[in-house]
Design a protein around this ligand. Structure first.
Ligand SMILES: C[S@@+](CC[C@H](N)C(=O)[O-])C[C@H]1O[C@@H](n2cnc3c(N)ncnc32)[C@H](O)[C@@H]1O
Length: 238
């Protein structure tokens, strides 16, 4: 198992100190315009549960609640899960601690839910290449043979954009500064890295493409900061 105690500590302190309420984190904008939700209806199986891996404060877990029989938000951070439980009250939604880098955690979630859709937004890019492969192995365990995966991660251009924001003469904007202060290392996935990891793990790619995601941060001229993202939909069986 890859050691991920450090991620738990970093993210717990980030979430513990973040004020409650939607929009406080850089990535916590309006969910419907933050991800092409048409991909969810087009490609995920509405008859299976959905697991939102790295669910944070549960904004997307809640937004997806009425589309699946059960929506389970899982995260390594208990503080994130506290935010999520306080914010999302839908009957079909549950939250649970899970470390995506620990195969035993993924196995016990799969025992609970059976084959499931997996939704992972802004997760893989946080990890080292070896850890990304471990996370994809966990996705495969959660999907089983019938579930499908929707991955949504920063494109390489997002890393350049963040570097520009950090280098601003008046310093990075506050939500970017907050992330860096807690030691989160964002956005360095290579072009097509997610697809390559999934193919190596035996997935078939169903759809992939680019999307601009509107963050909750603004430029110095008060325009919204849009972040280049890449989505991949994949399934385990041909
Ligand atoms: C950038 S946030 C994205 C949150 C959410 N997916 C969203 O889009 O609003 C990344 C999340 O991944 C979680 N995380 C980091 N490492 C993890 C791990 N090893 N296992 C599970 N979750 C993890 C963090 O606690 C954090 O909530």
């Amino acid at each position: 198992m890859v050691s991920s105690a450090a991620y738990g500590e970093v993210w717990d302190s980030y979430w513990r100190d973040l004020p409650a309420g939607q929009g406080e984190a850089l990535w916590d904008g309006d969910p419907e315009s933050s991800v092409p939700y048409s991909l969810v209806s087009a490609h995920l199986d509405p008859g299976l549960p959905l697991i939102d891996v790295g669910c944070g404060n549960g904004t997307h877990t809640g937004a997806l609640a009425d589309r699946f029989p059960l929506v389970l938000g899982v995260d390594i951070s208990d503080a994130a899960l506290d935010h999520a439980r306080a914010a999302v009250a839908e009957d079909r939604v549950r939250f649970r601690r899970m470390d995506v880098l620990d195969p035993a955690d993924a196995a016990s979630v799969h025992r609970l839910t059976g084959d499931s859709n997996v939704y992972a937004r802004g997760l893989l890019h946080l990890f080292t290449p070896l850890e990304r492969a471990a996370a994809v192995t966990a996705f495969a365990m959660l999907n089983g043979t019938t579930g499908r995966l929707l991955s949504y991660e920063p494109a390489p251009a997002a890393g350049q954009l963040l570097a520009e924001l950090v280098a601003r003469p008046d310093g990075p904007p506050p939500k970017v500064a907050r992330i860096l202060r807690y030691g989160v290392q964002p956005a360095d996935l290579r072009e097509h890295e997610t697809e390559d990891l999934l193919l190596d793990a035996g997935y078939h790619i169903v759809a992939a493409g680019s999307h601009l995601w509107r963050s909750t941060e603004s430029t110095a001229a008060d325009a919204p900061v849009d972040i280049p993202m890449r989505y991949v939909v994949a399934r385990r069986t041909a």
